[in-house]
Ligand binder design. Structure first.
Ligand SMILES: [Fe+2]
Length: 242
C-alpha cells in the first residue's frame, strides 16, 4: 500500500508523541465484502484458533468439547475446523475477529510492514466484523496493552477516544464512563478512515451499521529479539504464469 506522504509523516508523529488521531480517507479499499466472503468460506480461517468470537457462544463451546472423531467431517484435514453452519451461528451472535490476518492481501501486509518500520514494534492485522448492527459491542470503554491503528473497511463506527494514556496502576482496563476521563476524539469513521490509538489510551467503539474494520496492533519487539525470528517474513509472493 502506498501511504500518502503527509499521512506517513502525521502517523510517524503520532507514534513518536503517543498521540491519538483520526485519519480521514487515508486508507481506501483495504478489505472488501467480497474478500470477507472468500475468507468466510476458507476452512483455514474458520478453525478454533482463528475465528474468535468476542463473547461466549454456547453452541461453539459444546462443539469444541466433542471428541476429534465426533467433529470429523469426510475429507476435512483439520478437526478444529468449525462447520459452516456453526460459523454462521457464531457470526450471527456477536462481534468476531480473525487474528493473524496480515497476509489476506498485499495492502494489509504492506501496511503492517510500514507500521513495524515506523514503530520499531511487531505488528499484526486483526479483522473485526459485526454482520448485524444490533450485535452487542462487548468491549465498551477500555484501554489496550498494544498501540493500535484501526482502519474502517466497511460500514460506520462511532469512536470516542481520550488524549493521553491513563495511569494503569489506578485505572482498570474497562471503565464505565469515558466522559470522566476527557473525550478528545468523538467521530464517525467511514470506509477508508482510520483512528490511531496509543497503548493505554481509553477508547470506545460503537457500531452504527454492520461493519468490517482492520486493526493493526503493535507490540514491543523486545520479547521477540531473543527468538530465532524476531520479525515476520513479510515477503509478498506473486506468480505471473506467462
Ligand atoms: Fe481496543
Amino acid at each position: 500500500m502506498d501511504i500518502d506522504i503527509n499521512t506517513f509523516y502525521d502517523l510517524q508523529k503520532c507514534i513518536d508523541n503517543k498521540e491519538s488521531r483520526v485519519f480521514k480517507g487515508a486508507f481506501p479499499d483495504i478489505f472488501s465484502v467480497e474478500e470477507f466472503n472468500k475468507f468466510l468460506n476458507l476452512r483455514s480461517f474458520q478453525t478454533i484458533q482463528r475465528l474468535t468470537p468476542t463473547k461466549e457462544v454456547r453452541k461453539l463451546t459444546k462443539w469444541k468439547a466433542l471428541s476429534d472423531q465426533d467433529r470429523r467431517e469426510p475429507w476435512v484435514k483439520d478437526t478444529t475446523t468449525i462447520p459452516p453452519s456453526l460459523v454462521e451461528e457464531v457470526i450471527n451472535s456477536c462481534v468476531c475477529y480473525w487474528p493473524d490476518s496480515s497476509r489476506v492481501n498485499k495492502k494489509i501486509n504492506d501496511l503492517a510492514l510500514h507500521l513495524e518500520d515506523m514503530s520499531g514494534e511487531n505488528c499484526d492485522a486483526h479483522i473485526f466484523f459485526s454482520i448485524k448492527k444490533e450485535l452487542e459491542n462487548f468491549f465498551g470503554a477500555h484501554y489496550d496493552g498494544a498501540t493500535n491503528l484501526i482502519v474502517q473497511a466497511v460500514g460506520k463506527t462511532h469512536w470516542r477516544c481520550c488524549k493521553d494514556p491513563v495511569d494503569t496502576s489506578k485505572v482498570s482496563p474497562n471503565v464505565k464512563n469515558i466522559e470522566d476521563y476527557g473525550v478528545y476524539i468523538d467521530e464517525v469513521l467511514e470506509p477508508g478512515d482510520a483512528i490511531f490509538i496509543p497503548k493505554e489510551v481509553l477508547h470506545e467503539p460503537r457500531n452504527l451499521t454492520p461493519r468490517i474494520s482492520v486493526s493493526f496492533p503493535m507490540r514491543s519487539r523486545d520479547k521477540w529479539l531473543k527468538t530465532k525470528n524476531p520479525r515476520q517474513d513479510r515477503k509478498w509472493l506473486s506468480v505471473d504464469f506467462n
